[in-house]
Design a protein around this ligand. Structure first.
Ligand SMILES: C[S@@+](CC[C@H](N)C(=O)[O-])C[C@H]1O[C@@H](n2cnc3c(N)ncnc32)[C@H](O)[C@@H]1O
Length: 233
């Protein structure tokens, strides 16, 4: 992972950062819709949401998959506290199990084929390539056969020119964030995501997942550097 934790000011200003990405709700809704379309017996299914943060995508999943149980995991207590605050006001909270733990410590103790579906948003691109590969293998192992993995994330263009153009676009957008500290931090983060040990490219990722065993890998809607990807075990 690039940074162990987010600075306090960024946790507090997370929503203002989200304003720089007005398209995210659409992508998050798509994650939830894809999950729902592929979950048959909703009252029995268990969904793992990796790096749930303050629950920006979790809330869409719970709205759409009303009977599914969602285990929402994040290693940052401040994020989990924010998620709990959000869902305390929400009647769907009985379907939600928030866990504050490192994903590796958690998932490595989970039995094979335990989850019906696994999802994540805006988290997996942060892991260094070796860690990411280890996590993808754990996702595969803990998914039940036929289970779906849906990830909304920064799968950048494989083509270097297109990648640079989309980076410049992102920087332009982030420069408009009114809180200067948040803006500069987000631009720095965007730049760090391009480091050779971190950068997550679309075709490279598809090949990596295919090698692990995932099938029917589909990249759905792309907005700038963000894409919704789904695949099956
Ligand atoms: C950019 S945020 C995304 C949050 C949320 N999913 C969203 O879409 O807004 C990435 C989240 O991953 C969490 N995270 C990073 N490393 C983690 C790890 N090793 N285990 C669990 N969560 C982790 C961070 O604390 C952070 O809340």
């Amino acid at each position: 992972m690039k940074e162990e934790t987010y600075p306090d000011f960024l946790i507090k200003e997370y929503e203002s950062l989200m304003n720089a990405y007005p398209e995210h709700p659409k992508l998050r809704e798509e994650v939830s819709k894809i999950l729902n379309d592929n979950l048959e017996e909703q009252d029995k299914v268990i969904i793992l949401d990796i790096g749930c943060g303050s629950g920006e995508t979790t809330k869409y999943i719970l709205k759409e998959s009303v009977k599914a149980k969602v285990i929402a995991i994040d290693n940052d207590k401040r994020m989990i506290d924010r998620l709990k605050d959000t869902f305390n006001k929400n009647i769907l909270k009985e379907n939600l199990e928030p866990i504050c733990q490192d994903i590796f410590n958690y998932i490595e103790n989970i039995n094979d084929s335990f989850f019906d579906a696994i999802t994540s948003s805006w988290t997996i691109h942060n892991f260094k390539k070796g860690e990411r590969n280890k996590l993808l293998k754990e996702i595969y192992r803990t998914l039940q056969p036929g289970g779906i993995f849906v990830n909304m994330d920064k799968y950048v263009f494989d083509d270097a020119i297109k990648e640079k153009e989309s980076f410049d676009e992102a920087v332009k957008k982030l420069s408009l964030v009114s809180n200067e500290k948040v803006s500069l931090n987000a631009i720095k983060h965007e730049d760090e995501d391009r480091h050779p040990e971190i950068i997550m490219k679309e075709k490279e990722s598809a090949l990596e997942m295919e090698t692990i065993g995932f099938r029917k890998i589909v990249f759905h809607t792309r907005i700038g550097r963000e894409v919704v990807m789904s695949c099956f075990k």
